[in-house]
Design a protein around this ligand. Structure first.
Ligand code: HXC
Length: 260
């Protein structure tokens, strides 16, 4: 990537992993409009870059992100938020075809938690804290906190978090299905990059179809989802990677996927 960003740091690791670090240390990575624009720009560049097979978005040890930027939001009026459809552009993160992993250390609150939930799965450092504290500000979550959190951990627990604004720790988030795996905080980013590298080494089309099919399960009926899955599954038999994957298995060797 060529662009210099003000609010994020971008790196390509292990040749095929795109790492995006949110970087507004003075504000615990509060998601200002400028930060989010940088994030979307970088993610779209990785999406277009054929060398990249998986992305990781992370923050600092102290905070993944402490929410949308409160100082930026505080004086906004209803007519502004509504007519500009405030924060609707955040959904661009969910339109990526390649997988994006949230690697969460520290505070993951409000819009930060919503961003993490827009990613395909969450890996957490053991000191991470999750919550939807918007209620303490006289507002509610606005980018999926009432919807994705409810699907992730169930109605009663999501309702509790959205109404009290309390935080849960990494272990609780893991036990309740919000988080896929926990790592020691200091190892988290390395471990997330390893997971991303593993995924990036699979056949690209099977990865993207698996992602699309799992995500579809959150939106459509079981019958529709099963039909979509079966069609994706069948279509993968048109790929070279399916032939290679099965041949390699039978020859007891590692497959050399070519993303074709
Ligand atoms: C702007 C923020 C911020 C935020 C922290 N800061 N969170 N600035 N927006 N969301 C700033 C603080 O003002 C402070 O700046 C600096 O970061 C360090 O924060 P402290 O509060 O001093 O740190 P600490 O005492 O360790 O407390 C950490 C914290 C607390 C518990 C995470 O910062 C906190 O409660 N933050 C707000 C969390 C929140 O309400 N998030 C939801 C936002 S609403 P100075 O200049 O004083 O050093 C939202 C809506 C989403 O996200 C809608 C999406 C569509």
């Amino acid at each position: 990537t060529t662009k210099a960003y003000e609010n994020i740091q971008v790196e390509v690791l292990q040749d095929n992993v795109g790492l995006i670090r949110l970087h507004r240390p003075k504000a615990l990575n509060a998601l200002s409009d400028a930060l989010f624009a940088d994030l979307i720009h970088a993610a779209k560049e990785f999406e277009q870059n054929d060398a990249i097979g998986c992305m990781v978005v992370t923050g600092s040890t102290k905070a993944f992100a402490a929410g949308a930027d409160i100082s930026e939001m505080k004086d906004r009026t209803f007519d502004h938020t509504y007519s500009k459809n405030m924060f609707s552009e955040w959904a661009d993160i969910t339109k990526l075809g390649k997988p994006i992993i949230a690697a969460v250390n520290g505070f993951c609150l409000g819009g930060g938690c919503e961003l993490a939930m827009m990613c395909d799965f969450i890996l957490a450092g053991d000191k991470a804290k999750f919550g939807q504290p918007e209620i303490n500000l006289g507002i509610i979550p606005g980018a999926g906190g009432t919807q994705r959190l409810t699907r992730a951990i169930g109605k009663s627990k999501a309702m509790y978090l959205c109404l009290t604004g309390e935080m849960i720790d990494a272990e609780t988030a893991y036990q309740n299905g919000l988080v896929a795996k926990i790592f020691p905080a200091d190892d988290l980013v390395d471990e997330a990059v390893k997971v991303a590298h593993t995924i990036a080494g699979k056949g690209r089309m099977s990865v993207m179809m698996a992602k699309e099919a799992v995500n579809a399960s959150q939106e459509i009926s079981l019958q529709e989802g099963l039909r979509l899955e079966r069609r994706f599954f069948q279509s993968l038999f048109a790929t070279h990677d399916q032939k290679e994957g099965m041949k390699a298995f039978l020859e007891k060797r590692t497959p050399a996927f070519t993303n074709k």
